[in-house]
Ligand binder design. Structure first.
Ligand code: NAP
Length: 354
């Protein structure tokens, strides 16, 4: 008869199991980091904010972390300032706005000859005050190129590495946001406009100058960020639909809370940067520290409580002590199958994949 409890319990409880299994179980109980010793996670944008603190939390759990960053020296300085040991950190250059850099990053990673256990899609830019659009190395609107297209190519390429890993528990975790989910209040805020890809005319027309927005309409830099995050969340679900059952990889996204004092807001008005954290702490109660947000990301990478695929995790928009995670309902803009297929196909074309 099958043991109703988890396998390690069986190993301990059953007198028939070899001593070595029992010894291994007790070793892992005493030293939980030991079973993560050979596990490796790539974190994009690990040089600051949530990515940096997630790196710390993952190292504390025992993982090796590839810091996928624009500037490896700056990343190493930031890691040292947090007291992180360089022993299990591997800084590698990744400029997400440049598809050639994404391909080079994957080559450099493969040259390390290390198995990949998890990928954290974290890096992002938010430039709400831009007067004119900026353009990526391949000529695409910069925010969409960085936050969505670069990550889309990276994930598609690294799927092979994740699939080849011996670890049965592999995960692709995407940082989503409340402002891209119109099922929640934060996703309905009309400043400058809610996230909305429209009929994807901008994607269809190639997303190059003069096309600046997914819907092909007027450039709104704050909306460009929300749209790119909407694409991140759509793709997380689409990856689940396409690959979860055939590969066993877990695909999920999360909203860690409002990290109102992270460097994400460095391109906003200075007054906003002062008032926003105060407002989130004292008025909405949505504020979470960079450290807590990083811990939440690490839990979603690591814990058995987060092994569901095709879901979006949240701890709510108002933070409460000891608040538990839950699976947040997503808007139809994120879950719609036809939109997801179109975003997948058109993004594949823009990054040069079939
Ligand atoms: P952050 O501190 O600004 O972190 C963003 C990271 O992305 C930085 O390390 C940055 O690198 C990197 N990055 C930017 N452009 C890049 C590029 N072209 N190529 C490679 N890396 C690039 O902001 P954060 O708040 O931690 O944000 C992390 C994630 O959390 C984002 O996906 C964001 O959407 C999400 N999120 C944030 C909040 C929040 O309230 N802050 C809420 C929900 C979700 P550099 O150091 O080189 O600039």
């Amino acid at each position: 008869m099958d043991c109703p409890k988890s396998p390690p319990c069986c190993l301990v409880a059953s007198g028939t199991k070899p001593l070595i299994f029992r010894a291994l179980y007790f070793f892992l109980m005493i030293n939980p980091a030991a079973d993560r010793e050979n596990r490796l996670v790539i974190v994009t944008g690990a040089s600051s904010g949530v990515g940096l603190w997630a790196t710390k939390a993952l190292l504390d759990l025992g993982y090796k972390v590839v810091m996928a960053v624009r500037d490896t020296t700056r990343a190493q300085i930031a890691a040292a300032a947090l007291g992180l040991s360089a022993k299990k950190l591997i800084p590698l250059t990744l400029e997400l706005s440049d598809l050639n850099s994404v391909r080079e990053f994957v080559k450099s990673f493969r040259n390390l000859n290390l198995p990949l256990d998890a990928l954290v899609i974290n890096a992002a830019i938010y430039k709400p005050l831009l007067k004119e659009p900026e353009w990526s190395a391949q000529g695409y609107e910069f925010t969409m190129a960085t936050n969505h297209l670069g990550h889309f190519l990276l994930t598609r390429l690294l799927l092979e590495d994740l699939t080849n890993s011996d670890n049965p528990d592999r995960r692709v975790i995407t940082l989503g946001t409340v402002t891209a989910n119109s099922s929640e209040l934060g996703g309905k805020i009309p400043i400058p406009a809610p996230a909305d890809l429209g009929d994807l005319a901008g994607f269809e027309q190639g997303f190059k100058d003069p096309i600046t927005m997914a819907n092909g309409k007027l450039f709104k830099p704050g909306k460009a960020y929300k749209d790119s995050k909407l694409c991140n969340m759509i793709i997380s679900l689409e990856l689940h639909r396409r690959f979860h059952s055939s590969t066993g990889i877990t695909f999920s996204s999360l909203y860690p809370g409002c990290v109102a004092d992270s460097p994400l807001f460095r391109h906003s008005f200075p007054a906003f940067q002062r008032i926003f954290p105060w407002f989130q702490k004292n008025v909405t109660g949505g504020y979470v520290s960079q450290e807590l947000a990083g811990n939440r990301v690490a839990q979603v990478v690591d814990s058995n409580e987060f092994n569901a695929s095709g879901v979006h995790w949240s701890w709510g928009n108002r933070q409460k002590k000891n608040q538990q995670q839950f699976q947040q309902q997503l808007s139809s803009k994120i879950t719609d199958l036809a939109t997801a297929e179109k975003v997948w196909d058109l993004s594949s074309k823009l990054v040069g994949l079939n």
